[in-house]
Write a protein of this length. Structure first.
Length: 283
């Protein structure tokens, strides 16, 4: 492509900043998609601090009035809507407004986070934690977050070799050590656990191998935050004809865990008998 075509092909990856693509144009050819993204980010990081602050300043507030009105860039509309930031309750909206104002007053630019890698609680925790940074450290953090945002957008737009890792994987496996094999037919529920709510994300049933037919989450980043898997093992043991007291000692087994690596693989198995269970982070 010529410079105009190159810029047009990458339009919207970096919001309101065509100079990013223009700056990377001379670095062609790119051996991989990852190399293209690295070149684009190198243009951003090479700018003087005033230009980097202005670059971050072009991004919208999270959960702000513009997000509610849907007047931000289309990619940002979709990303914020995916976390429900366009339909906050009045109390939640007020909290975001207070945090946005405090952040802007301290740093002079908006709070930026890759919301596709975070739960809502994790966004709020990051807001409060990052308010303790100095300006230089926070500017670097904001640009790193823009790197995560644009990497996801680029992978959706550009095909080629060397695609950067942008997706995580959450899987499970139930082993019935009472019978010495996989536990088939166990109903599993996955919840996101927040400060004020517990949201059901997915339900599945284990197959003959004691696994779900597909991973519980795959092909997207795992949102950093707290989760709970509930394994309905009581029905499994009853179906096997195991003599159980009433009520059974174990019926629904909850495993609560945290995710801190959005592009990581979290395997959360359950090793269970009618009277005991254990778990671990597997591979």
């Amino acid at each position: 492509m010529d410079a105009a075509g190159f810029r047009a092909a990458l339009d919207g990856i970096f919001e309101h900043t065509p100079w990013v693509a223009e700056g990377a144009f001379e670095a062609r050819p790119f051996a991989t998609v990852a190399a293209l993204h690295e070149a684009l980010m190198a243009v951003v990081r090479s700018r003087p601090i005033e230009a980097r602050i202005a670059f971050v300043g072009a991004h919208p507030d999270l959960g702000g009035k513009a997000a509610r009105a849907g007047t931000i860039a289309p990619a940002s509309v979709s990303e914020q809507a995916g976390l429900g930031l366009d339909r906050l309750s009045d109390a939640e909206f007020e909290r975001f407004e207070i945090l946005n104002a405090a952040y802007r007053a301290r740093f002079g630019f908006p709070f930026v986070a890759c919301v596709r890698r975070l739960t809502r609680d994790a966004v709020l925790d990051a807001f409060e934690r990052r308010l303790a940074n100095d300006v230089e450290a926070e500017l670097a953090t904001a640009i790193d977050e823009i790197g995560f945002i644009t990497r996801l957008r680029l992978v959706e737009r550009v095909e080629g070799p060397g695609v950067p890792n942008v997706a995580g994987r959450l899987s499970t496996h139930v082993l019935d050590t009472h019978k010495g094999g996989p536990a088939e037919g166990v109903r599993i529920e996955l919840y996101e656990v927040g400060r004020s709510a517990r949201a059901l994300l997915k339900q599945a049933v284990t197959n003959a191998d004691g696994r779900t037919d597909v991973p519980l989450v795959v092909g997207v980043p795992l949102r950093m935050g707290n989760y709970e898997l509930v394994f309905h093992v009581g029905a499994h043991f009853s179906a096997r004809g195991v003599a159980l007291p009433q009520p059974a000692f174990l019926d629904a087994v909850p495993i609560r865990f945290g995710i801190s690596e959005p592009e990581g693989h979290y395997h959360v198995p359950l090793v269970v008998t009618p009277w005991s269970y254990s778990t671990y982070r597997g591979s």
